[in-house]
Design a protein around this ligand. Structure first.
Ligand code: GCV
Length: 714
């Protein structure tokens, strides 16, 4: 009876809010606000009888609307708005709106918040307080996270402020609607119909990002087109900025170095040319007239064919500083990417960014950040941390992660990236002794920087589920949460995400989180075990091709990275090889000089070792390698079994997608394993360990596979 009544009430609320009842297709991300079971619904209602929004303005409206809608969905009754906090109120207050708020907001900055259960004249009230309305919005989302994950709502005493200032998504979205390395359909930016048509998805994008603390977005690909700086495209970017503003999200643009030549016929793009500098100043002013809170520029220069200041014998610092001067009067910043390697530089690709940038430390203007990928090559399933972290103390370094999974199974593989992000952030650079973690470099605490940032290459497209799969949403979520607080654990984040995305039922959360937590390591095992890297197929990077050796540039070929020969395998980056290890702090370099003290997970990244080298397990390198491949495949089979057991607890549509994708992943993991083993065996002619199966096909079969239409390669 009660249950029926509850369902009836829910239906009424849905109708009241005019929300279409739809199947679970993933569109709602972690903001589903699913109906809570009865006792919990009552608990949530008791803590959100009324909402007291003391501030006015669009951000407050957003926060209030989100709370009302969420509580209505979860409980069946929407809280009313009130002007004074009485029993069961959610009271949103800033010092300006409520001068007497009974808690200190010191140290919370412009975006942080405090949530406290207080007693107000004998009435229990939940106070969400912040220095600004954006802080209140973040606080509201925190409270909703608690409500959705079955966390206690009583006796709250929470303070939270972001450790990193700029928390940005980088969209590699092209003006023609395609997305470089995008596996979730076309771009969500409908450039053609902007600025006139502004679809509802832009608002949902802003909501989702605000809910995890992201505060900026670079709209266009770093392989930029000059036209994104033309007047019509500035107007389009301005329309998006207007939508994102109430959510605390600023817009940034990637720029093409030769834009002054392409757009206005200048003869040069030399950063020291007065006309060039004047062009950028005028362009910056034009942008700021349309977007008064424009964030700034992201630049890929002298990298993979992009033009840059080195074309004019100038340095990256010369280029960055010229742009920095253009945006400085408006409060803008420049993010200059360190992802550079040159076709005419015969040195180890892994060393080139350090060699280019380290000497420039101290030469960048104070509104420039250098944006560094987590590893020195390119977003591999596993890479040691980039040696630039800790090596440029006078320059704010920004982390660049890749949320889209170019090298980790693209849209279909379940490879939760939380552990990869965590591993990179927790890595110890030893720059100032033990404990000098990468996280402390990028949050500015190690070297006393105020300007700090972190970027994630977005995995978002027009697919209904936004990210190409339900589980890829977890990578977007984890990026945002770690950007806010790099000290969070990947496990805790996975728990939150799972509870909100599926259900807080521990029968579901425990196995799903366990499955997610080992999934990235499994991908490392079936693709690039023991420190191997970049053995993916050419161009689209889909599937294995460790045999490729005929591409124009040496470092485009997988054979460059694994260096397998009859005697052994691996890239010697010690003194006897490229000596890349010397780019790390001496204590790390010493450890990496010796294979016995190198973590086995990075062994072949740093060493070329004989096939019969003994691993810690006692088995030979060859046998160990084969076993790692097998382990990766077996893990995926295990995920399939786990998921099958969850059928009764997951809605049909999302269950079916994951079931189908896990089957694809299993087939592809087996393919990776078999192709890699067939190839390496053709080189070392060694038998397989007794317990290992022979590859299903001969090497020529694997080599003959071709995928001209694999997605994401633009
Ligand atoms: C945007 C890798 C990717 C490219 C990408 C480049 C970069 O090389 O394969 O698609 O280009 O990194 O980060 O600039």
């Amino acid at each position: 009876m009660m249950a029926r009544l509850f369902c009836y009430m829910m239906a009424m609320v849905m109708a009241m809010l005019a929300l279409p009842v739809r199947a679970e297709d993933g569109y709602d991300l972690w903001l589903r606000y699913a109906p809570a079971e009865q006792a919990r619904a009552a608990d949530i209602s008791a803590h959100a009888r009324t909402i007291v929004p003391v501030e006015n303005g669009s951000t407050m409206e957003v926060a209030t609307r989100e709370l009302q809608r969420a509580v209505a969905h979860m409980t069946g009754s929407a809280p009313t708005l009130a002007t004074t906090p009485t029993a069961g109120a959610l009271w949103l207050a800033t010092p300006r709106s409520a001068p007497g708020i009974p808690l200190s907001l010191k140290g919370l900055g412009a975006e942080g918040y405090a949530i406290r259960s207080i007693d107000r004249g004998g009435q229990p009230v939940t106070l969400i307080a912040a220095n600004s309305d954006i802080g209140l919005l973040h606080g509201a989302f925190h409270w909703l996270r608690l409500a959705q994950t079955n966390a206690p709502l009583d006796r709250l005493d929470i303070r939270s402020a972001p450790r990193i200032g700029l928390r940005l998504l980088n969209h590699w979205d092209n003006l023609d609607g395609t997305v470089e390395r995008g596996y979730a359909g076309m771009s969500i930016w409908d450039w053609w119909r902007l600025p006139d048509y502004k679809g509802p998805r832009y608002t949902d994008y802003a909501r989702a990002n605000a809910s995890i603390g992201i505060n900026g977005t670079v709209l266009n690909n770093v392989n930029a087109k000059a036209e994104s700086l033309s007047a019509p495209y500035i107007a389009k970017a301005a329309a998006l900025a207007d939508i994102f503003r109430p959510y605390g999200i600023k817009v940034y643009l990637s720029v093409k170095w030769t834009a002054p030549m392409e757009l206005d016929g200048l003869k040069t793009a030399d950063p020291l040319d007065a006309q060039v500098a004047a062009w950028w100043k005028a362009k910056a002013s034009e942008i700021y007239r349309a977007i008064p809170d424009f964030g700034g520029f992201l630049v890929k220069a002298n990298s993979e064919g992009q033009p840059g200041p080195q074309d004019y014998d100038r340095t990256h610092a010369d280029g960055a500083n010229m742009l920095a001067a253009a945006v400085k009067p408006h409060g803008g910043i420049v993010m200059w990417r360190a992802f550079v390697y040159a076709h005419d530089n015969p040195d180890d690709r892994a060393k080139q960014a350090y060699d280019d940038f380290k000497p420039l430390d101290g030469q960048f203007a104070d509104n420039v950040l250098v944006q560094v990928k987590n590893g020195a090559i390119d977003f591999q399933p596993r890479e040691p941390f980039h040696p630039l972290f800790g090596a440029m103390p006078k320059t704010p370094l920004m982390m660049e992660f890749q949320i889209t999974k170019e090298y980790l199974g693209q849209s279909t593989h379940l490879t939760y990236l939380g552990p990869l992000f965590e591993e990179a952030l927790d890595a110890d650079t030893y720059a100032k002794g033990k404990g000098s973690t990468v996280a402390k470099v990028i949050d500015g605490s190690l070297d006393g920087h105020k300007l700090t940032g972190i970027a994630g290459v977005a995995n978002i497209g027009v697919d209904r589920d936004w990210s190409g799969s339900i589980f890829n949403q977890a990578d977007w979520y984890a990026f945002g949460r770690l950007a806010w607080d790099p000290g969070l654990s990947a496990n805790a984040i996975a728990r939150e995400w799972t509870a909100m995305t599926f259900s807080p039922d521990p029968r579901l959360v425990d196995p799903v989180v366990a499955m997610m937590m080992g999934s990235r390591e499994a991908a490392v095992d079936y693709m690039t075990p023991l420190g191997l890297a970049h053995v993916m197929a050419t161009g689209h990077h889909y599937g294995p091709a460790p045999w490729v050796s005929d591409l124009a540039r040496p470092e485009w070929n997988p054979v460059y990275y694994h260096k397998a020969d009859a005697d052994g395998i691996g890239f010697d980056r010690t003194k006897s090889g490229s000596n890349a290890i010397a780019q790390y702090a001496p204590v790390i370099a010493r450890r990496l000089a010796n294979p016995a003290t190198t973590p086995e997970s990075e062994l072949l990244w740093f060493h070329h070792l004989p096939w019969d080298y003994r691993l810690k397990s006692g088995e030979t390198l060859w046998n160990g390698l084969v076993h790692r491949y097998d382990h990766g495949v077996a893990y995926v089979a295990g995920m399939q079994r786990t998921w099958e057991g969850l059928r009764p607890l997951v809605d049909a549509e999302r269950f079916a997608q994951t079931e189908a994708f896990l089957a694809i992943q299993h087939r592809e993991a087996q393919w990776w394993r078999d192709a890699s083993i067939a190839y390496f065996q053709s080189i070392n002619h060694l038998p397989l360990p007794a317990d290992a199966m022979a590859p299903a096909h001969d090497l020529d079969w694997y080599k003959a596979q071709s995928f001209p239409y694999a997605p994401g390669h633009h």
